[in-house]
Design a binder for this molecule. Structure first.
Ligand SMILES: Cc1cc2nc3c(=O)[nH]c(=O)nc-3n(C[C@H](O)[C@H](O)[C@H](O)COP(=O)(O)O)c2cc1C
Length: 186
């Protein structure tokens, strides 16, 4: 099973990217975890110029990484009470063409971290809404890492037991959703 991880933050020291790495530690060892690094290269979406053309390489690479994954785990910060523009832009690209986009029916989960108290809950809600509109299968589970600078130890492990349990439940739900699809009836 392959899980693609996409961080909504482009920052090298991103707490959201740390949260994805913490999730990697909680996945079963046989799961192949890939952190996508190419979101920053995705150009601004322009339906007039780009939509009917061959996709830019950065977009084709993102679409194919999602297509090859069994599930996608997103971690998003909150920018002005919603999703960062770079992430929304990437999702707009991925969403085309709507009927056959690579996220359609794909199991996805959303978690998030912020430096403030609330752990990006509004951004997470917006991201779930957008993913559902695109046709992804959004699994249950929320992990809201507030006060992010205080939450990770030097190895990047989540120090808060209850947050770690929530993250475990979310990755378990994602894996279970993939397994449920691959079970062949007797
Ligand atoms: C443009 C901008 C807008 C922000 N708006 C919010 C916000 O609405 N709510 C919030 O909790 N934090 C907000 N923050 C703070 C982020 O939570 C903080 O920068 C966080 O560390 C970003 O995640 P990262 O560490 O993964 O990059 C904002 C930060 C930036 C740069």
């Amino acid at each position: 099973m392959k899980v693609l991880a996409i961080s909504g933050s482009l920052r090298p020291d991103s707490y959201n990217t740390k949260l994805l790495r913490a999730a990697e530690e909680l996945l079963p060892p046989e799961v192949d975890f890939v952190l996508y690094q190419g979101v920053k290269a995705v150009p601004p979406y322009d339906e007039g110029d780009d939509d009917a053309q061959v996709a830019p390489m950065s977009v084709a690479a993102l679409r194919s990484a999602i297509g090859e994954a069994d599930a996608v785990l997103f971690a998003t910060p909150e920018y002005n009470a919603s999703i960062p523009g770079s992430l929304k832009n990437a999702l707009d690209w991925i969403s085309r063409p709507l009927a056959t986009n690579t996220l359609r029916n794909k199991p996805v989960a959303v978690v998030g971290a912020s430096t403030g108290a609330f752990g990006a809950v509004w951004a997470q809600a917006d991201l779930r809404k957008v993913l559902a509109a695109i046709g992804a299968r959004v699994v249950e589970g929320e992990v809201a890492v507030g006060h992010a600078p205080t939450r990770f130890d030097e190895q990047g492990r989540l120090e808060d037991e209850s947050l770690r349990e929530q993250l475990q439940e979310t990755v378990d739900a994602l894996v279970a959703e993939v397994e449920a699809r691959t079970l062949v009836p007797a």
